[in-house]
Design a protein. Sequence first.
Length: 361
Amino acid sequence: IRFSCPYSREQPIFTTRAHVFQIDPSTKKNWVPASKQAVTVSYFYDSTRNSYRIISVDGAKVIINSTITPNMTFTKTSQKFGQWADSRANTVFGLGFPSEQQLTKFAEKFQEVKEAAKLARDRSQEKIETSSNHSQESGRETPSSTRASSVNGTDDEKASHGGPAEAHLKSENDKLKIALAQSSSNVKKWETELQSLRESNARLATALQESAASIEHWKKQFSACKEENEQLRGKIEELEEQCNEINKEKERNAQLSRRLQELETELQDKELELEELRKQGEIIPELMSECESVSEQLQAAEKKNKDLEEKVRTLRTEVEENKHRQTNLKTELKNFLDVLDGKIDELHDFRQGLSKLGVDN
């Protein structure tokens, strides 16, 4: 992944994307977003200064410019979030990654870069000690040459005297020339380093000014966002109340709709009943006429019933009389039968006598 950096001598060695946050300088607790969306975060190596930095640019704005030192520590605070403190920038940076794997890769690279920075610091200290030893040796050699020149005299005197002292002075002069050449090369190197440091400081000052301006801008936006957030919370509460009222109204409407359906069903039933009543009302005159005829028939039937009751009474009387007569007739019939039985017996006896007479004759 290529990343364009304003520092041409630095080369990216690792690049990823994350959401950038900075600690709130006032509270030192809350995180303030430094980017509206995920931006590119890269490790850069400066071969000239042998240093490592984490740099992130959002458009034309530098939001991370952190030089990694051996004392820094990257801490994972969650599965997708990590942070580190930068004492030079006097802030704490936080990165939110889209996955835990990307966070782990970034932390591993931070540890590698931290160890490389420590190794580079140790090497630079060794170089400083070596250069200081060379300067001390050249310092010790310079007085000796001075003493030699003061003792042996000027170059003209040395040329006149000659001998071993002249050879010794030549060797001392050669050493001084070498030390002077090394000093001049070191001076040029230091001047280059100083110029690069000045340029870097100018860039850092510009970035710091931009950061300060952006911080003020973000503070204003944050206060405006707070106000908007409070207004939105108020509106949300109002909307929640309205939603509750709407839900209540919906329940009432549902109840009213159910009641309306029930009333419509009852109305349909009543309409059917009314239609039946209307149909029945149409046949009421016929029923009235029929009722009148039936009432007349009923009156006639009642008269007939009375007549029949009279007849029934007379018939009952006649039946009683007939029963009495039958009883009397039965008695008389019994008496007649008894008399008849006697007469039959007598006839039987008479017949037997006649038969006997016929036999005798």
